[in-house]
Design a protein around this ligand. Structure first.
Ligand code: ACM
Length: 565
């Protein structure tokens, strides 16, 4: 987008030349992710009297609603603690604009022009970051002058899918933790929250149609947390009611984030099998698993099971109105299918010669049902190797480079490779890092991540929707551990997905350092750039580090399994 360098008359702004104003101007260099174009002006605008929202154009009502709520959270609503004449905050959408949004801070107004409401929300996030970090505290900015630096930001995202996956199965995260996480993601302009809701270790949806899912699958009787793998015999768990999930979806959508709930089938289904044994292999019992990699159970990919799953999906979609559902499809034990009379009968009916074709068949059946409800299906990359997924199913590529490259030849792809987007690995080689699953995956690794590798052709490039980071939660018992693993690596991924390749790691590190006071204001227990706080280390106890420096072996393993269905 072509922009003009603005030279506002600084005499109209408050406190030109003051330390506050200098500090304000420097704030453009702290915006994270870095906008496409920043044109700092001179002087500053004092919004201490509050901001008065004035929305215009076809989306005026929606813009007014969103902006009014943001302004209130920042403590900048006119009236109450604010006295004087409020400053206009003008918002409009203009379809033909050549970048996502333009944010103008002039000496007498703030103006946002965006292509769509979602980008106006991003502009409000940029505006938030131009304020002092204390604007992010729960009670917003205190009364008194508040300087916004005069200038202009023109900005568009590099990728349309900027996601985060949170495993709320291995350890349950209460709704308030998820809502807070949504806020943290929105601050970094992420726009997808993939909630991994079912697995061998639990079932987190309180289905009203199938109550045993929550009764049996909603908690783990024990977990092998410690380095010696001893079961701790301490139950934990929890489920989201349909109302909880609907709230999370609504809350996220207002902040520009689509929630992508995952019901992982037909593998990773020990909890489902524990609740409804008839869906799996006769005579084989399964319990909710107490280990991370359980070699867990699978269900039958047959018509009766599909009908059960359709009811589960319908209940979820009807309650939440989500636009995407992830169907899983990863790491499925199909070894018993050929010997199962029901599977064999359906294979014969469809003319299939290999059991794995039933895996693809089930995923296609469920995806087609979702499509009929206007919902787009997402699957892990195994789904592509078992008879083909529907043309519009999104493939989430988690394994090696080979798996991603193959998927991008035919399907829209979200890049989620184990290295470097699994943030449940250590952040460094520091022996004090708390127990994780190995690693490390460093900020530098994340910053070097190329969602589109250089040697991909145009077809593959066009299929890349974006990428996301994942936090698998076997060793993530609470919110503070989520914070520790996510931040600041998520800052680096936000930069890659919104702003494009990170040319200068030092410059990014400086930008992240300047951004951290915002996370402090929000009470985020991030890992400091210099290493963990004493209270974040693993110590000598149950959280001591056990698998350091294994990332190359892990990378080789994940590449080696990339051709397995
Ligand atoms: C996965 O890590 N099994 C998606």
């Amino acid at each position: 987008m072509v922009g003009l360098m603005l030279s506002y008359d600084s005499s109209a702004g408050s406190s030109p030349g003051s330390a506050d104003a200098d500090d304000a101007a420097a704030r453009y260099a702290t915006l994270l992710p870095t906008p496409s174009r920043v044109l700092p002006g001179s002087g500053s605008l004092d919004v201490g009297a509050g901001l008065e929202v004035r929305a215009e154009g076809p989306d005026a009502r929606e813009l007014e609603h969103r902006a009014t709520r943001v302004v209130a959270r920042l403590g900048l609503a006119a009236g109450a603690a604010r006295s004087g004449t409020p400053v206009p905050l003008v918002l409009r959408t203009a379809g033909g604009a050549s970048c996502g949004y333009v944010l103008d801070v002039s000496p007498d107004a703030v103006t946002i022009t965006a292509t769509v409401v979602e980008h106006a929300v991003h502009a409000l996030t940029t505006l938030t970051q131009l304020l002092p970090p204390s604007a992010l505290r729960a009670d917003g900015l205190p009364a008194g002058p508040v300087h916004l630096p005069v200038g202009r930001v023109e900005d568009s995202p590099r990728y349309g899918w900027r996601g985060a996956m949170l495993d709320v199965v291995r350890h349950y995260a209460p709704p308030r933790t998820v809502l807070r996480y949504v806020d943290l993601l929105a601050l970094h302009k992420f726009n997808r929250l993939h909630l991994h809701l079912t697995d061998d270790q639990g079932w987190r949806i309180n289905s009203e149609r199938f109550p045993r899912l929550a009764e049996v699958g909603g908690w783990r009787p024990s977990t092998r947390l410690g380095p010696t793998g001893e079961p701790d015999h301490t139950p934990h768990g929890g489920v989201y009611s349909l109302a909880d999930l609907a709230e999370i979806v609504r809350y996220a959508r207002e902040r520009g984030i689509d929630v992508v709930p995952e019901i992982d089938v037909p593998g990773h289904t020990s909890a489902l099998r524990a609740a409804y044994p008839e869906l799996g292999q006769p005579g084989v019992e399964h319990t909710v698993q107490d280990t991370v990699w359980a070699g867990g159970s699978s269900i039958r990919p047959t018509r009766d099971v599909a009908a059960f799953l359709v009811e589960v999906l319908d209940e979820l979609v009807e309650a939440t109105g989500v636009r995407y559902v992830h169907l899983g499809g990863d790491e499925c034990d199909m070894s018993w299918w050929a010997g199962d009379p029901q599977v064999a009968a359906e294979m014969a009916e469809h003319g299939y010669t290999e059991p794995k074709q039933m895996h693809g068949h089930l995923l296609r059946t469920l995806a087609a049902h979702l499509a009929g409800r206007g919902v787009r299906a997402v699957v892990w990359d195994e789904g592509l190797l078992t008879g083909g997924v529907l043309p519009d199913t999104v493939v989430m590529a988690w394994r090696g480079e080979k798996a991603s490259a193959r998927a991008a030849r035919t399907h829209d792809v979200v890049r989620a490779p184990l290295f470097p987007t699994y943030f449940n690995f250590d952040q460094s080689d520091d022996p004090a890092e708390p127990r994780s699953e190995g690693g490390p995956v460093t900020i530098a690794d994340v910053a070097a991540f190329a969602p589109v590798p250089d040697d991909w052709d145009d077809t593959q490039r066009d299929h890349v929707l974006g990428g996301q980071f994942q936090i698998w939660s076997e060793w993530v018992p609470d919110e503070r551990r989520i914070d520790y693993l996510a931040f600041p690596r998520a800052c680096a991924l936000a930069q890659v997905l919104w702003s494009g390749p990170v040319g200068d790691l030092d410059a990014l590190t400086t930008r992240i350092a300047a951004h951290l006071p915002r996370l402090d204001a929000l009470g985020v227990a991030y890992r400091p750039l210099a290493g963990p706080h004493s209270w974040q280390t693993g110590g000598e106890g149950v959280w001591r580090r056990t698998a350091s420096g294994t990332i190359n072996q892990t990378r080789a393993w994940v590449e080696s399994i990339s051709d397995e269905p």
